[in-house]
Design a binder for this molecule. Structure first.
Ligand code: ATP
Ligand code: MG
Length: 372
């Protein structure tokens, strides 16, 4: 997939512009705080319709303005599409169109643009708490499958209603009324995540080895309702979940929240340390954690190709800044091999643009103004 044209209006510090992207992409070069990440954020917005930085739509509107509008002409599998997203503050309204038609449910267009974004903050996926890892899985799987998105929405709704009932100390039946929905949707969410991990763990291992220069690492899904996921059949998972829920009643009563389910599951990374399996979330070095994060993004790329049939646009936000020379050389090699499509990368200095040598078109960015 590639972005051909991009119309920007009122987005963060970026000047209003109509950009025409070369087929193989661009290197966006500019000092700190000029708007490099903002441009990647704007492109990425058209895939998920939210900020990858977790900002609210309100925060994406240029200071002093009242709305933003993004419009892209994209090409994927030989088909041209035109996608727009607009948000206005007052009255608050978000509008999305695909090929001129208004889209009433975002779920219908989420993922029609495909990107994979690498940012320095990705290290947080490994180092920080489990919520970010679950979000990673949820976004990835929701983009790959409408069924997953539906199951996730159903689960979240049931969970929040059930937690509200627990908090209000309602009688047991008000709580357990949510159990069937919670169990069915929750088991589907956990199961889909685990199936994905099982399918893509080998790719993860391969990419980790390639970037690290031969080290082995493992990707593992750890559901909160059973230790031995591998031994459980899909239909048995609901039963396990039911049993775990029943066993957690006392804990629920004291903590006033649902304590087992996919919202408590974990994604873990291990390598073979000298004294056995070593948990890279807790004990990995900065470089190792960064390598895990890179491997995860590379697996995301593979997933888009495999499950969505799309070759994503590669968005590289200043990613080589903190890797040692060897690792960054190897990342470049891997990316060149596995992602031959369009790439939009940012770098603070011309000398940091090593990807694809001199072939990539340079654009300068200063104070939100993009020029060649
Ligand atoms: P770095 O190299 O430090 O990562 P960058 O070029 O990626 O810098 P951006 O993150 O894109 O910088 O941010 C550029 C500027 O945009 C920042 O100075 C920020 O304050 C500004 N900015 C953020 N949100 C808005 C907004 N809603 N309106 C106007 N400016 C904004
Ligand atoms: Mg930046």
């Amino acid at each position: 997939m590639r972005i051909i044209e991009f119309d920007l209006h009122g987005f963060r510090n970026l000047r209003d512009a109509r950009l025409s992207f070369p087929d193989d992409g661009v290197a966006l070069v500019g000092r700190n705080a000029q708007g490099k990440t903002n441009l990647l954020e704007a492109i990425h917005y058209l895939e998920t319709f939210r900020s990858f930085r977790g900002s609210r739509d309100e925060d994406l509107v240029r200071f002093g303005s009242d709305h933003f509008r993004l419009e892209a002409v994209l090409e994927g599998n030989g088909k041209i599409s035109r996608l727009t997203a607009a948000f206005q503050r007052r009255p608050k309204e978000k509008r999305v169109t695909l090929n001129g038609d208004a889209v009433s449910r975002l779920g219908d267009v989420i993922g029609s643009a495909a990107t994979v974004l690498f940012t320095p903050e990705d290290i947080g996926l490994v180092r920080d708490g489990p919520a970010g890892r679950r979000r990673f899985l949820d976004v990835l799987l929701a983009l790959s499958s409408p069924d997953y998105l539906r199951a996730l929405q159903t689960f979240r709704h049931a969970l929040s209603q059930r937690n509200a009932a627990l908090r209000s100390r309602a009688d047991g039946s008000a709580v357990s009324a949510w159990n069937p929905t919670l169990l069915r949707a929750g088991a589907e969410v956990s199961w889909s995540r685990a199936v994905w991990v099982r399918a893509f763990a080998p790719v993860f291992g391969e990419r980790y080895a390639e970037v690290s220069g031969g080290e082995a690492a493992l990707l593992s899904y750890q559901p909160s309702v059973t230790d031995a996921f591998e031994a459980v059949a899909a239909e048995d998972l609901v039963e396990r979940y039911r049993a775990a829920l029943a066993a957690s009643r006392e804990q629920e009563a004291s903590r006033l929240t649902t304590v087992v389910g996919p919202h408590r599951d974990e994604l873990a990374f291990f390598d073979a340390g000298r004294d056995g399996r070593r948990d890279l979330r807790a004990y990995g070095s900065g470089g190792e954690q960064r390598t895990v994060a890179l491997a995860l993004r590379l697996v995301e790329l593979e997933t888009a190709r495999d499950r969505r049939g799309l070759e994503p646009i590669l968005l590289l936000d200043d990613v080589f800044a903190e890797l040692d020379e060897n690792r960054s050389e190897r990342v470049l090699e891997v990316l060149d091999r596995v992602a031959p499509g369009q790439v939009i990368l940012t770098a603070p200095k011309e000398s940091d643009v090593r990807f694809r040598g001199q072939r990539l078109t340079r654009w300068a960015i200063e104070d939100g103004a993009i020029g060649s």
